[in-house]
Structure formats: structure tokens, C-alpha cells
Write a protein that binds this ligand. Structure first.
Ligand code: NAD
Length: 372
């Protein structure tokens, strides 16, 4: 492991709103554990974002916070939003905090793993045999495509009727950089990459395929195949274990990653990473966050499942700091805690009374103690 390495890992923690501070509290206890056991150390600083930033700074994310995010090696993000800020005008919504971070940090590759923990295979909406052992990764392009393409808008035609326009647009460079993230990941996993598009009806999809074929020449150890997005949606619920890494555009990735997420059964278990381009020294900007939101319905009651946030921390170890052994340790502890029956209320409570956020954090720490 990374014992003895200097502490030059700058991590900015942004807990945000609702259950954000509760789940991030448990992540920070794991960080403390790493420090105390001298497994790894981090230069952690904390700041406000979302509603918490609106309340204190009058903006969803302050300039100083943005600066610190840009200078950090990784951002650990909780969640933002809640009814308190729902009525604010669009330019004051808490969600703008995360949108601005993604945009200014140029986080173009969104990694969404869908892993079914053995102990939770029953929680999936699919049959156990279809999902047990599932471990796939969806890489969604996050900063281009139809959500940003021009022209866009709603226009009024000469006859008075209206027309809505959005444009799917991708440059070769945008396609190539996200494909490379996919190929690199596949190389470290099962060496299979599926590029998903609608090349049968969209020219941009044809370009994705051409670029993928060219880039694949640099990754002869990875098997590349192509799939249409509609077929991929079908295959994800028919036989999800056929996939290793899937790379796709912003729009298809948005839909397919939610579909894959549900194979695993619970929102409280899903981590994510968003990565930028590597600079000359190989360092890339990165943000790690649970897939779920701020869950205002359970906030402040100790009911939140902290595992998605803890697994996001494991992704940070793996992808920002190349600490795969330490990431394995965290994931193993989650697996063992679940196997021993640890469940928060969102995960089937049939096995006795559910654990609080804090108690689940304790179980992870005790598994870490045993395994480290
Ligand atoms: P949500 O993900 O917050 O909650 C959906 C449901 O899942 C709720 O019933 C909630 O209690 C439950 N849930 C979510 N996370 C959980 C956890 N860790 N443990 C146990 N249960 C959990 O989605 P929503 O209700 O649609 O949105 C609530 C707020 O969160 C909104 O303001 C929304 O804009 C915001 N949001 C923020 C982000 C983000 O910060 N990236 C993402 C999605 C939604």
C-alpha cells in the first residue's frame, strides 16, 4: 500500500445540503482511519455549496470555492438542493453549484459503475441469476452533445406555429478523449469495450464509430464492439453481464446509466466519478459524488445510506491517486459489512432493525480495522 508517501493529495470536500453532510461525515471518518493507520494521508479542506452556499454567500458556489476546486486533486461532493430553495429563480438554484463545477473543471467523462453486491442481489428488479456478480461501467460523455449543441431553442415559424430545436454535435476530439477514457478503463478491467450510438440513423453516430475504430488501434488488447442505443437498453435488462465497459454520448449515457443503476437495486449504493483531461504531468481534474440527490425527505434523521458516498471515495482513491489496493480495501469492507447483514433503511430491512447512517459508518470502520 501507499504507506510513507508524502501528503500531497489535495481533496476539497463539499458536503452540500440535505443528507450531504450526514453521508460525508462517514466518508471523513474513513479518511481519518486511513490517516491514523498511516495507510494514506490527504490534505482535506471543506467548503459550502448549493443551498448551504446560497444561505451563507448568496450564490450556489462562491468564487473562492471554485478556485479551490480547480486547484484540488479531487473534489468529494455530497448533494445539493431541497424545498427551502425550490422557489428561487433559475440562476439561484442550488443545482447550479454542481453544474458550474462540471463545466469549469471540464469534467467530460462521467463514470457510473453498476456493481451488484452478492448480499444485495435480491434487491434488484431483475432475477438474481441475471444480476449476481454484475460489474459493469458506463462512461457517459458529459460536456458535449445534444444538451449543449447549437442551434437550440423554441422558435416561432411564419405561420405562428412553434418549433423546438436541439442539436447533437460532437467534434472528433471530444469523441476521442472520452473513448480513450473507456479504453483505458477496459484495459484495467475485462478488456471489452462497447461503443453505443445510433449510427444507423445519425451521422454523429457514424463519426463516433469511425473514431472508435481508429483509436482502437492503440488498444489492441481491448476488444471493441458496437451496439445501437435501443438494443443496448434492451440488452441491459436481458443479459447485463455481457458488458464490461460501455462508452456513449451524453444523451444515451444519461438514460442507459440510470437503467444500469437500477439493476443494482438501490440509489443509496451508487457512486460516480467525473474526470477531466490529463495535463502534461498526467494529473486530471476530478469530482466524485454519489448518484443520489440530497433526499430532503429523510435529511437530518440519521436514515441515509452512506455507502454510495463511501464508494465514491473508493473511486477517488482508484482514479485520482492510483491507489487501487486501498480502493479494494474500502470496497471489500462494504462487501463484508453487507454480507454480515448490515443494512440501512433503504436496503431491505427484513433482517432486523435497520442501521442508522452513523452505525453503518461504524460497521465499515470495523471491517476496515479487520482487513487493513
Ligand atoms: P433523491 O436522490 O434525493 O431521493 C430520491 C429518493 O431516494 C428519496 O426517497 C430519498 O429518501 C431516497 N434516497 C436518496 N439517497 C438516499 C440515501 N443515500 N439513503 C437512503 N435513501 C436515499 O432525489 P429527489 O428526491 O428527486 O431530489 C431531492 C433533491 O436533490 C432535489 O432538490 C434535487 O434537485 C436534488 N438532486 C441533487 C443531485 C446532486 O446534487 N447531484 C442529484 C439529484 C437530485
Amino acid at each position: 500500500m501507499a504507506e510513507g508517501r508524502p501528503s500531497n493529495r489535495k481533496v476539497l470536500v463539499l458536503p452540500g445540503d440535505g443528507i450531504g453532510p450526514e453521508i460525508m461525515g462517514e466518508v471523513l471518518r474513513v479518511v481519518d482511519f486511513f490517516e491514523k493507520r498511516r495507510i494514506a494521508s490527504f490534505e482535506v479542506s471543506e467548503d459550502v455549496v448549493g443551498g448551504a452556499a446560497l444561505d451563507t454567500l448568496g450564490t450556489p458556489i462562491g468564487e473562492e470555492t471554485m478556485r479551490r476546486a480547480m486547484e484540488s486533486d479531487a473534489v468529494l461532493f455530497g448533494a445539493v438542493g431541497g424545498p427551502k430553495w425550490d422557489a428561487l429563480p433559475f440562476d439561484k438554484r442550488p443545482e447550479l453549484g454542481i453544474l458550474r463545477l462540471r463545466k469549469e473543471m471540464d469534467l467530460f467523462a462521467n463514470l457510473r459503475p453498476a456493481v451488484v453486491f452478492e448480499a444485495l442481489a435480491e434487491a434488484s428488479s431483475l432475477k438474481r441469476e441475471l444480476v449476481a456478480g454484475l460489474d459493469l461501467m458506463i462512461v457517459r460523455e458529459l460536456t458535449g452533445g445534444i444538451y449543449f449543441g447549437e442551434p437550440r431553442g423554441i422558435e416561432t415559424l411564419p405561420d405562428g406555429s412553434r418549433r423546438g430545436v436541439n442539436t447533437e454535435v460532437y467534434s472528433e476530439a471530444e469523441i476521442e478523449r472520452v473513448l480513450r477514457v473507456g479504453f483505458e478503463l477496459a484495459r484495467k478491467r475485462g478488456r471489452r469495450l462497447t461503443e453505443v450510438d445510433k449510427a444507423n440513423v445519425m451521422e454523429s453516430g457514424r463519426l463516433w464509430r469511425e473514431v472508435a475504430e481508429r483509436v482502437a488501434k492503440d488498444y489492441s488488447d481491448v476488444t471493441l464492439n458496437f451496439m445501437y442505443a435501443d438494443n443496448c437498453a434492451m440488452q441491459l435488462v436481458r443479459a447485463p453481464k455481457q458488458f464490461d465497459v460501455v462508452v456513449t454520448s451524453n444523451l444515451f449515457g444519461d438514460i442507459l446509466s440510470d437503467c444500469a443503476a437500477m439493476l443494482t437495486g438501490s440509489l443509496g449504493m451508487l457512486p460516480s466519478a467525473s474526470l477531466g483531461a490529463p495535463d502534461a504531468s498526467g494529473r486530471r481534474r476530478a469530482l466524485y459524488e454519489p448518484v443520489h440527490g440530497s433526499a430532503p425527505d429523510i435529511a437530518g434523521r440519521g436514515l441515509a445510506n452512506p455507502l454510495a458516498a463511501i464508494l465514491s471515495f473508493a473511486m477517488m482513491l482508484r482514479y485520482s491517486f492510483d491507489m487501487s489496493e486501498e480502493a479494494d480495501l474500502v470496497e471489500l469492507s462494504v462487501r463484508r459489512a453487507l454480507k454480515s447483514g448490515a443494512r440501512t433503511a433503504d436496503l431491505a430491512a427484513a433482517r432486523g432493525s435497520p442501521l442508522s447512517t452513523r452505525a453503518m459508518g461504524e460497521r465499515i470502520l470495523s471491517e476496515l480495522e479487520k482487513a487493513a
